[in-house]
Design a protein around this ligand. Sequence first.
Ligand code: GLY
Length: 383
Amino acid sequence: MNDAARITVQGAVPYDVVVGRHLLGELPALIGPDARKVLVIHPAALSTTADVLQEDLRASGYDAYVAEVPDAEEAKTAQVAAFLWGLLGQLDFTRTDAIVGVGGGATTDLAGFVAATWLRGIRVVQVPTTLLAMVDAAVGGKTGINTAEGKNLVGAFHPPAGVLCDLASLESLDRWDLVAGLAEVVKTGFIADPRILELVEEHADALRGWAGAEAAPETWAVLAELIERSVRVKAAVVGEDLKEAGLREILNYGHTLGHAIELTERYQWRHGAAVSVGMVFAAELGRMAGKLPDDVVDRHRAILTSLGLPVSYRGDKWDQLLSAMRRDKKSRGDLLRFVVLDDVAQPTRLEGPDPALLVAAYAEVAKEPPTGGPGTPVQLTLG
Ligand code: GLY
């Protein structure tokens, strides 16, 4: 095969995440010989890709079908899941058959959830097409849908049978979607891999100005390395702790405040933008809790700002954010839990911090005027 990287995620049934270009020919090997039927789940924007996959799968001897689902979070509803269950029933999908999820994190979450629940679990191969899905959503087996009360409240841990990260799909990715995805990459750097931080620092301008198919070969190479490194970290973490009993929590660095901002903004902010502010808050908490050196906190602001990501948020929103954090599904009982750093690549847990510490850390986040608005990666571009 070409120069694709193959990263194995350990667990009850190990699987590979393949990172490279033009990998779709790999799909049959990941689906495996036992499946006869395959359902390819995709949003409208990826109809052409899904049709190509269907033809390839048919040529490889499968009965392949496609199912179009709504775009982005609109896909993650009980109604859409029920529509897919209906389809699987009408097509007589059995335990050995398989699902392929092609799209961003919402599509892969939905496809994984439907695979997890159909006949108590059938194979799913994920084909993430956004940076965020490649480095986070599609790897690690978290699947789920939303309810009216909140995001990802219904779901299952259901590791995929394989993940194909085809870099070619990033050629047409919106520049700010790429930048927002980089927030998770930077998170991975801070919690586990300092080389990621150096690479982003060296290439921030080119990454921030992501030119897709027109991007320089060097930028593509850097992006490929960043994806590979991020996936390696995630693979190592979820390989050890699939069900978030301990280690996996480190992947939530920046997410406690980040989720609260997303809720406060009624999910009109990109996830990565909210996590960016959340990381600055977590860094301030780490500093004030006593360990994280000032220069590492400064480095958070410098790297995120160099990518165009926001590092501040509205001072008047603290009470709302605090109550949202208390309701976060990751909190246990009344106790607020944060991932903080003692240093780069030294994550630790901060449980039930002194409320005064939280207020002081937030004051640092609210000191600067909030960043955002048109021409930034904050606001979702709604199609
Ligand atoms: N997105 C965090 C996790 O997969 O655990």
